[in-house]
Ligand binder design. Structure first.
Ligand code: NAD
Length: 463
């Protein structure tokens, strides 16, 4: 007995020792004090507005689609357009007038013309679709000039930029939302709904990724900005598509929160080759590893894996996988659900032999399941979203919700702290990688508000 107690004590000591060692190895990150007089933006709602007047900055490959979608959204009006390239602005303005709407104000010709759009009194919302380096300056200027800001993904890449966006949003009382469209894809929305109804049990693990061979795209980015960003930046520079939908399922900063991140990457192999092919000379260095993996831990004992590879010949995948104690959802390469026996009780369901926890449900079973578990947003506007399109409809649902919440004076579906947490994978993975994959502490971007709200939800007007 005495020997057993000694062994247990030794075990406890060694566990405590390991924890202490881990804690000392964890790289701390600063949380700057909230400036006096500033409040958080949790559940922030602006005054309702009948019409949302939208100004779009950046009309390259992605921007014109936003203009097109806004033309289809009740209560949205495209009142201003801006791009460095005048022809891009003219082309987008024609889309608006061809739809029988008033010609928007047009700003172009230089990299600071966006300032005029932000100062335009006929704009309520500045929708930022530029290259990554321009996201933050445009959004900050928009908020400083009384406009809400919606920023394409990833909104920001450094901790300093993230804190600038948070502080400016808190001080100006203007929304600052990241346009994370993948939170609105049909499979992700339905899975979120199932998780919220408890169907997946306690959520344990999530996976997400951006695996997209950008070979056909590289040479079309304005001034080669995207490849150049990868050339000079180590870490997962595009983590938000993978992380966003997982974070919503895990109620991040709504009862749970990320605590630590650890990253690993491969060497840069194909990246420098693409650079050489495109630019005609080898790059002196290439910082972004072809494949980057970041692992995150949460306060409530969950884990997340996020991956990034835009260089190699892999089929497109955002992974999107959720493991719960009662069920499992997987999106790529084929969508599927699996549940423990007996979890689903519906007369439509075949016997449990076909509903084992070790197999995916059949198509017929999923169809039956979705009769009860289709996300209300899909029921509401899924058909219209498919008709308008934008990555199969998810872009439309995102824009529709943004305008709907602004018109109804509701908190937006994604707040500035979601933006911060999802974007933080870029700078935190860089820190981890540059320090031998050391664990890095995840900052509390809410500065004390992590548990203020319990559970993620989409807001609707009170009945
Ligand atoms: N959410 C998604 O699914 C998705 C898909 C594609 C791209 N994106 C994002 O959209 C953004 C734009 O990507 P893209 O593929 O359209 O790139 P792009 O290079 O085709 O377009 C960027 C445009 O911004 C303009 N621009 C740059 N700086 C400007 C400034 N200071 N003022 C005005 N205009 C400026 C450029 O002239 C160009 O027309 C990026 O943030 C990207 O990550 C998101």
């Amino acid at each position: 007995m005495k020997k057993l107690l000694l062994t247990l004590a030794a075990c406890a000591l060694s566990v405590a020792g390991t924890l202490a060692a881990d804690n000392t190895r964890t790289i701390k990150t600063d949380v700057p004090a909230r400036p006096a007089g500033q409040q958080d933006m949790i559940e922030f709602a602006a005054a309702p507005m009948e019409t949302v007047r939208v100004g779009v900055v950046g009309l390259g490959m992605r921007g014109p689609g936003a203009v097109e979608r806004m033309l289809e959204i009740p209560g949205a009006e495209v009142t201003a357009l801006c791009d460095i390239e005048p022809t891009r602005v003219e082309k987008a303005a024609k889309m608006v007038t061809d739809a029988g709407k008033k010609k928007p104000a047009m700003y172009s010709g230089g990299p600071e013309e966006y300032k005029k759009l932000c100062e335009d009194p006929n704009v309520d919302l500045v929708y930022v679709v530029t290259d990554w380096d321009d996201h933050v300056p445009v959004a900050l200027y928009a908020m400083e000039h009384g406009k809400h800001a919606a920023i394409e993904v990833p909104a920001a890449h450094t901790l300093e930029q993230i804190w600038d966006l948070i502080n400016t949003s808190e001080r100006t009382r203007k929304h600052c939302m990241m346009l994370e469209n993948c939170c609105y894809d049909f499979f992700e929305l339905n899975t979120l709904y199932m998780a919220q109804q408890g169907l997946l049990g306690d959520i344990l693990h999530g996976e997400g990724a951006y695996i997209h061979n950008l070979e056909p795209f590289w040479r079309h980015y304005h001034d080669n900005w995207r490849l150049d960003f990868n050339r000079r930046t180590r870490g997962d520079v595009y983590a938000t598509h993978g992380l966003g939908p997982v974070a919503q399922v895990m109620d991040i900063h709504r009862g749970d929160n990320f605590t630590t991140l650890v990253a690993m990457d491969t060497k840069a192999a194909t990246g420098p080759e693409i650079w050489e092919k495109q630019e005609g000379e080898k790059p002196a260095s290439f910082a972004n590893g072809d494949h980057t993996m970041s692992m995150l831990r949460t306060k409530n004992g969950r884990t997340v894996l996020v991956e990034h590879d835009v260089m190699n010949p892999r089929p497109y995948s955002r992974m999107y996988q959720i493991t719960g104690t009662k069920g499992f959802a997987n999106k790529y390469p084929t969508e599927g659900y699996a549940f423990e026996k007996g979890q689903i009780s519906s007369s439509e369901m075949p016997d449990h032999e076909n509903l084992s926890g070790h197999e995916f449900m059949t198509d017929a079973q999923v169809e039956a399941l979705l009769k009860d578990y289709t996300h209300p947003l899909i029921t509401e506007i899924g058909e219209k979203a498919k008709e308008v399109g934008g990555h199969g409809g998810m872009d439309y649902i995102m824009d529709y919700r943004l305008i709907y919440c602004l018109r109804n004076g509701l908190p937006l579906d994604m707040d500035v702290y979601d933006l911060a947490e999802w974007c933080a994978v870029a700078p935190l993975s860089k820190i981890s990688l540059e320090n031998g994959s050391a664990p890095v502490e995840f900052p509390d971007f809410t500065r004390g508000g992590l548990d203020k709200v319990k559970g993620y939800k989409h807001h609707y007007p009170a009945k």
